[in-house]
Ligand binder design. Structure first.
Ligand code: CS2
Length: 494
């Protein structure tokens, strides 16, 4: 085989002869969006839609500058820098069909730890109209038990004293907005694309809490000028594997060091509330609605919670992927029963959306055999995800005296998983979680205090004080600690 060709702007004309590639002139693009958190999801979703819009040849002012705020972003920064922001998107259909295209909407990339000033300048640049975020559920710096901004964070304390030396997303946003205000430039929109119910409202609350403490006058200007649209984002994007990189080399002779793979399904519903203009994304299938909240809730409580149900129970059982769970009839039935009797009663009816059809489509998406989404990706950062995906549903069901059994078994399994870090066959489970240590410590106490795990207030709030939940939880804990055959317990319930 002749040497593979590297994915760069210079090689793009040649690559375009055999892979779908941008037909618009990337040189003519101006950066209108600064995006913080250029992971796989952003590249499969917002950058994909933006590229599609740029293909209409009428959206030159909306190129993206990716920003990494953590040292851990160095690898993606290095790759995208080397590849001039280009990457391949590999869409894997359930029937085995694969569509590959080169995405060109990311024009530049910055790493704040190397050049913090450049990040502030880019956000403050007159061309920048939107700063969008995928900083993960844990990135919003709020205390899950109080819902308030966490001022104890040492980086936040540093930024409050040193507004010119930002560290977190909050410091960068306020530093850039201050510059815009000083230069009489319009504010940018802050658009969260994370899986949090009311993501725009939460972002606004966090930014405002921080800004009020840092500079009350600036906070007032932000309040009057910045909009924070809520949005629901959706596309399953598994972790890229070495096999994906090799596929491109073998199939196309292309050397792409960090392609992204995803499912064919994609959805983005946003509130049409932008302070400084927006791309005409409705032309490429994005839905703009006055109130996105019912959509967010439906997606988080069915898709994301459904993922967590399969992921945690699947990890204990020893399934490696979400599609392997969906090949197991017990898991399929358990998931559907959870969705029907615990998640659905907490949802609002949405005009034009039939919830049964939506749930059927989720089952089909989870079952896509080519996505091979690992349960370890789903279980990662459960301490940040579960309060939003599952615990909120459980609390609602406690209030309405509805079933809580299915969610409770998942939480008890999560305790066992955090305690033993083994599946039912004694194989190790790697816990990837910013709170892994705390989770382990709390779970370890279960033998002396069966409620120790759910007494972690930053995750569960005051739920351990709820008698009905505490009793159910104790019962499930006893079952799992007695017999780790999780499928047996699931079968008893369906
Ligand atoms: C997943 C999500 O992180 C998770 O646990 O549920 O990443 C999910 O795949 C996306 O939200 C799909 O849109």
């Amino acid at each position: 085989m002749k040497n593979a060709i590297s994915l760069t702007q210079n090689n793009l004309a040649e690559i375009a002869t055999h892979i779908t590639s941008p037909t618009y002139s990337r040189n003519d693009l101006e950066i209108g969006i600064v995006h913080v958190g250029v992971g796989g999801f952003h590249r499969a979703h917002q950058a994909f839609y933006t590229n599609k819009l740029q293909e209409t040849k009428n959206a030159n002012e909306w190129a993206i500058c990716g920003v990494g705020l953590r040292e851990g972003d160095r690898k993606i920064y290095d790759v995208l820098k080397k590849q001039d922001g280009l990457y391949s998107l590999i869409i894997k259909h359930p029937d085995g069909n694969i569509e590959t295209s080169i995405i060109g909407s990311i024009k530049d990339i910055l790493l704040s730890v190397d050049d913090p000033k450049a990040v502030v300048q880019r956000m403050a640049n007159p061309q920048t109209k939107i700063v969008s975020l995928t900083i993960t559920e844990g990135g919003y710096n709020f205390d899950a038990s109080t819902g308030e901004f966490n001022f104890n964070n040492t980086d936040i304390q540093h930024e409050l004293q040193n507004p010119d030396d930002p560290k977190t997303v909050f410091g960068y946003l306020t530093a850039a907005l201050k510059k815009r205000w000083d230069s009489a430039l319009p504010a940018f929109t802050i658009m969260s694309c994370d899986n949090i119910e009311h993501n725009g409202d939460v972002t606004q609350k966090m930014v405002m809490s921080f800004a009020k403490k840092q500079n009350p006058d600036l906070a007032q200007w932000i309040e009057n000028n910045v909009s924070f649209p809520n949005s629901m984002v959706d596309r399953i994007t598994p972790v890229t594997t070495q096999a994906d990189i090799e596929y491109l080399e073998k199939e196309y002779g292309l050397k792409d060091e960090w392609p992204v793979t995803c499912e064919p399904f994609i959805q983005w519903v946003i509130e049409d509330d932008f302070s400084n203009g927006r791309p005409e994304l409705e032309k490429v299938g994005v839905q703009f609605v006055p109130n996105v909240k019912p959509y967010e809730k439906m997606k988080l409580r069915l898709l994301n919670a459904g993922h967590s149900v399969l992921g945690i129970l699947g990890a204990l059982h020893g399934h490696q992927t979400i599609n392997a769970c969906m090949e197991d009839a017990t898991f399929v039935k358990y998931l559907r029963t959870f969705m029907d009797i615990e998640a659905t009663p907490t949802l609002d009816q949405l005009e034009g959306i039939d919830l049964d059809t939506y749930k059927d489509s989720l089952e089909a998406r989870f079952a896509n055999p080519n996505i091979k989404d690992s349960v370890s990706r789903i279980c990662s950062e459960s301490s940040a995800k579960l309060p939003k995906f599952l615990i909120a549903t459980l609390s609602d069901n406690l209030e309405s005296h509805n079933s809580i059994e299915f969610a409770t078994l998942v939480i008890a399994s999560w305790c066992y998983y955090s305690d033993k870090q083994l599946n039912k066959d004694g194989q190790p489970i790697e816990v990837i979680d910013a709170m892994a240590k705390e989770l382990h410590e709390a779970a370890k106490q279960t033998s002396s205090d069966p409620l120790s795990f759910i007494k972690q207030k930053s995750i569960f709030g005051n739920l351990a004080d709820n008698e009905r939940f505490a009793n159910q939880y104790k019962e499930k804990i006893a079952k799992i600690y007695n017999d780790t055959d999780i499928k047996k317990h699931m079968k008893e319930m369906i």
